[in-house]
Ligand binder design. Structure first.
Ligand SMILES: [Zn+2]
Length: 120
């Protein structure tokens, strides 16, 4: 039996298992390497983002808008040719127009109201 296997060149189950283990290890390494690369790239993008917005702010090329819906500040660059989104980066709703209140907002609103009124 073993002689015929050698002759045909077919892999034994052990050899296939070893190959699968090897591939799994390589995939793990690749995944780890990609994760650290992605995190480094994301960090760099964040740094650049801060730098660019800092420079634009100094040059007076930034508009700060308080979102009417979530009251958070949205920062928009005043650069010709750059499309201005009317949507809030924090809540995704329109920055200027009060939009329909969702159940989530009601829940949040109730929570803050009850927190403020708790001293009564
Ligand atoms: Zn918002």
């Amino acid at each position: 039996m073993s002689r015929s296997r050698k002759l045909t060149g077919k892999r034994t189950v052990k050899q296939v298992d070893a190959k699968v283990d090897e591939l799994a290890r390589k995939t793990d390494t690749l995944g780890t390497e990609f994760a650290s690369f992605a995190s480094a790239a994301a960090n760099d993008i964040m740094k650049l983002n801060h730098l660019i917005y800092g420079l634009l702010d100094e040059a007076g090329k930034i508009t700060k808008i308080i979102c009417i819906n979530c009251k958070k500040e949205a920062v928009r660059p005043d650069i010709e040719g750059i499309e201005q989104s009317e949507n809030c980066p924090h809540c995704g709703r329109n920055l200027h127009k009060s939009e329909q209140i969702t159940l989530d907002d009601l829940h949040r609103g109730n929570m803050t109201e009850s927190g403020e009124d708790s001293e009564e």
